[in-house]
Design a protein around this ligand. Structure first.
Ligand code: GLY
Ligand code: MN
Ligand code: MN
Length: 379
C-alpha cells in the first residue's frame, strides 16, 4: 500500500510541534487513529502516539509489529519513531511512558479520549506522584489535515480517477428487475477490483420512493420502469477516501425526474463555480441552496452541501449552512482543501435526486476530481 514519504511526515511533525509550542505544551498524547495514520503511516487498528520535541513514542501491541516494520522502510519511514511494544493494557503503558518523560505539560486530544480513560490516567499519574493535570486540546492535528499536501492530493486524484471507472462499470449493472442489494454488491465488488482497500461507507442504492431517503440502505426492492436510482458510493484508496453520487433513471425518465435532476445539477454547478480560495464555506452552501430555492425546491434540500475528504470520509471543512450564534467566523476555504459538493432534492413518496463530486481548491478556483458524466442516464 502507498504511504506518505518521510519528508512529508517530517513537515507534518514540524507543523504540529510549532502548534504545541504555541499552546505551551511539551508533549501530545494522540489517540485518534486517523491522526496517528497522518503522523506515522500506521494504518492498523490499535496504537497510541506521544509526540514530544524529539520523538514520536509509538505504543502498539505484537499484532502490528510486522506491519509497523513494513511501513517503516525507506523512503516511507516515520522520522524519530520510537516503537514501544505494550505489555498489559494500552493505558497502563501510556501512563508508564508519560511517567518516564518527566514533568512537562502534556496535552491530550479531548475529542478522542473517553472520560473514563481520562479519569483513570489522571488518577494513575497522580498516584505515581505526577501532579500536573493533562491539558485538553482541540483539533491540533485535524486543523493541519484540512489542507492536503502534495502526497495526499496525488492519492485523492488517483482515487477519484478510479472511482470514475467504478461508476462507469456500475452504470452497466443498473437495469429493470435487479434489486438494490444486488447492485450495491456489484458496486462493492467493482471498488475492490479498481484497487480500493474497502468501501468508504455503506454503499447506497436507493430506487423509486426509497431514493427520498438521503441515506437509505439497499433493500430487496426490484427496480421498475422509470424509477430514479440514487447510487452513492465511495472507496478508500491508499488510506484516502473519495465519494461520488449519481442519479440515473431505469428505462425512460419521467418528466418530473428530468425537472428535479436539472434543478439539482444546476445547484451543484452553481456551488462548484463558487469554490475559490477565500470564499466562505457558508457561501458555497448558500449557492446550492439558493439555486434549488429558485427552482421551487428549497424545502426539498435538507442536508449540507458537502464535507471534507481525506483519511476520513467526513472531515473538515463542512460546507453547510451557517448556524446563528454558533458559527461566528466566516471560515473561508483555501488551496489544497478537498471536499464534496452534493446537493439533493427529496420528495417523500416519490423519490429523490442527489449529485455528488469531489473538488479541490486551487490557486485560481477549483478542480473537479470526479468527472464521470452527471447527465440523467436512462439505463
Ligand atoms: N453517503 C455518504 C456521503 O455521501 O457523504
Ligand atoms: Mn456520497
Ligand atoms: Mn459525501
Amino acid at each position: 500500500m502507498a504511504s506518505a514519504p518521510s519528508d512529508a511526515l517530517k513537515r507534518r511533525h514540524t507543523r504540529l510541534r510549532a502548534a504545541l509550542t504555541e499552546a505551551s505544551i511539551d508533549a501530545l498524547v494522540v489517540t485518534s487513529l486517523p491522526n496517528i495514520l497522518y503522523l506515522t503511516n500506521f494504518s492498523g487498528s490499535a496504537a497510541i502516539v506521544v509526540i514530544d520535541r524529539d520523538r514520536l513514542h509509538f505504543l502498539t501491541d505484537t499484532r502490528y509489529l510486522a506491519s509497523v516494520a513494513d511501513a517503516q522502510t525507506t523512503p516511507h519511514a516515520c522520522p524519530d519513531l520510537a516503537v514501544e511494544v505494550i505489555t498489559g493494557s494500552y493505558d497502563a503503558s501510556l501512563a508508564a511512558c508519560l511517567q518516564a518523560m518527566g514533568g512537562g505539560r502534556v496535552g491530550f486530544e479531548a475529542a478522542h479520549l473517553s472520560v473514563s480513560r481520562f479519569d483513570w490516567l489522571t488518577r494513575t499519574l497522580a498516584a505515581a506522584g505526577r501532579d500536573r493535570p493533562l491539558v485538553p486540546t482541540e483539533g491540533l492535528i485535524e486543523g493541519a489535515r484540512v489542507r492536503k499536501d502534495l502526497y495526499e492530493l496525488a492519492m485523492l486524484r488517483e482515487g477519484a480517477r478510479r472511482l470514475d471507472e467504478v461508476a462507469t462499470a456500475v452504470f452497466g449493472r443498473v437495469s429493470r428487475g435487479r434489486t438494490e442489494q444486488a447492485i450495491a454488491a456489484d458496486i462493492d465488488w467493482e471498488l475492490r477490483r479498481a484497487g480500493f482497500e474497502r468501501p468508504a461507507f455503506e454503499t447506497i442504492v436507493a430506487s423509486g420512493p426509497n431514493s427520498a431517503l438521503p441515506h437509505a440502505r439497499p433493500t430487496e426492492r426490484t427496480l421498475g420502469e422509470s424509477d430514479v436510482v440514487v447510487l452513492d458510493f465511495g472507496g478508500v484508496y491508499a488510506s484516502y477516501c473519495v465519494d461520488i453520487t449519481r442519479t440515473v433513471a431505469v428505462g425512460r425518465a419521467s418528466e418530473r425526474a428530468r425537472q428535479v435532476h436539472a434543478a439539482v445539477l444546476g445547484a451543484q454547478q452553481r456551488a462548484i463555480a463558487a469554490v475559490a480560495p477565500g470564499v466562505s464555506r457558508f457561501a458555497i452552501d448558500a449557492a446550492a441552496r439558493e439555486a434549488l430555492a429558485q427552482a421551487g425546491m428549497g424545502d426539498a434540500f435538507g442536508h449540507g452541501t458537502g464535507h471534507g475528504l481525506g483519511i476520513e470520509v467526513h472531515e473538515n471543512p463542512r460546507v453547510v449552512q451557517r448556524r446563528d450564534g454558533v458559527d461566528t467566523r466566516d471560515e473561508a476555504v483555501d488551496t489544497g482543501m478537498v471536499f464534496t459538493i452534493e446537493p439533493g432534492a427529496y420528495f417523500p413518496g416519490w423519490g429523490g435526486v442527489r449529485i455528488e463530486d469531489d473538488v479541490v481548491v486551487t490557486e485560481h478556483g477549483r478542480d473537479c476530481l470526479t468527472r464521470v458524466t452527471t447527465e440523467l442516464l436512462e439505463l
